[in-house]
Ligand binder design. Structure first.
Ligand code: SF4
Ligand code: SF4
Length: 205
């Protein structure tokens, strides 16, 4: 079986502090407007009638997401130059020398992972901190999380240990690209396509 590195995310302990997002931005020296890892805030619930009174079942949870280094990344299919490529360990990278900035991958990716770097005229995205993992170190986001909510490893091993959840709202249908991510869901987490939940920090992400 081909190797496929993956992120693990324990949503049940994530506090939404965004240390992962900040560490990614800082470590990769990302310019304003470019976010390779983003923390989405999701809200749901409503007033509910309880006998003669009204109560509520309101909830909030978070979703920390980057490029998922998908097993069947659509970005790889649409890139006309081969700039978007997959390493032997499954990590999806952009070869800047080959990228012509056409932005096809940005339009195609259902996770909105590739982001255009205006200064360079090239696409950019999470590279799994390959420079760190090649030295046996964790990616910056994993190292920064104070709750140890993030981890990484071989996809099949993570799935065997934690199960197969890869479709928490607002993620798209995982059959589109087979994302290499394994999630332990928050107790209130809604699955992809759910109704009655919404994103609370649209301006931030
Ligand atoms: S650093 Fe950890 S706890 Fe904070 S938002 Fe990211 S995953 Fe959640
Ligand atoms: S998340 Fe998007 S950019 Fe990343 S591998 Fe999947 S399809 Fe490609």
């Amino acid at each position: 079986m081909a190797k496929q590195l993956a992120f693990y995310y324990d949503q049940s302990v994530c506090t939404g502090c965004k240390a992962c997002q900040v560490a990614c931005k800082d470590d990769n020296d990302l310019s304003s407007g470019i976010i390779w890892r983003r923390v989405v805030e999701i809200n749901g619930g409503d007033w509910i009638k309880q006998g003669a009174t009204w109560g509520q079942n309101i909830f909030t949870y978070h979703l920390s997401l980057s490029c998922n280094h998908c097993e069947e990344g659509i970005c790889l299919e649409v890139c006309p130059t081969g700039a978007m490529h997959k390493r032997e360990d499954g990590v999806v990278l952009i070869d800047e020398d080959k990228c012509i900035g056409c932005r096809y991958c940005e339009w195609a990716c259902p996770y909105e992972a590739p982001q255009y770097n205006d200064d360079k005229g090239k696409m950019s995205k999470c590279d799994f901190c390959y420079n760190y993992i090649d030295e046996g170190l964790p990616p910056a986001c994993v190292a920064a999380c104070p709750m140890r909510a993030l981890d990484f490893g071989e996809l099949s091993e993570l799935q065997a240990k934690y199960g197969l959840v890869d479709n928490i709202y607002p993620m798209p249908d995982p059959s589109l690209t087979k994302p290499a991510i394994v999630i332990t869901p928050h107790a209130d987490a809604a699955l992809a396509g759910a109704e009655g939940v919404s994103i609370g920090n649209v301006e931030e992400i």
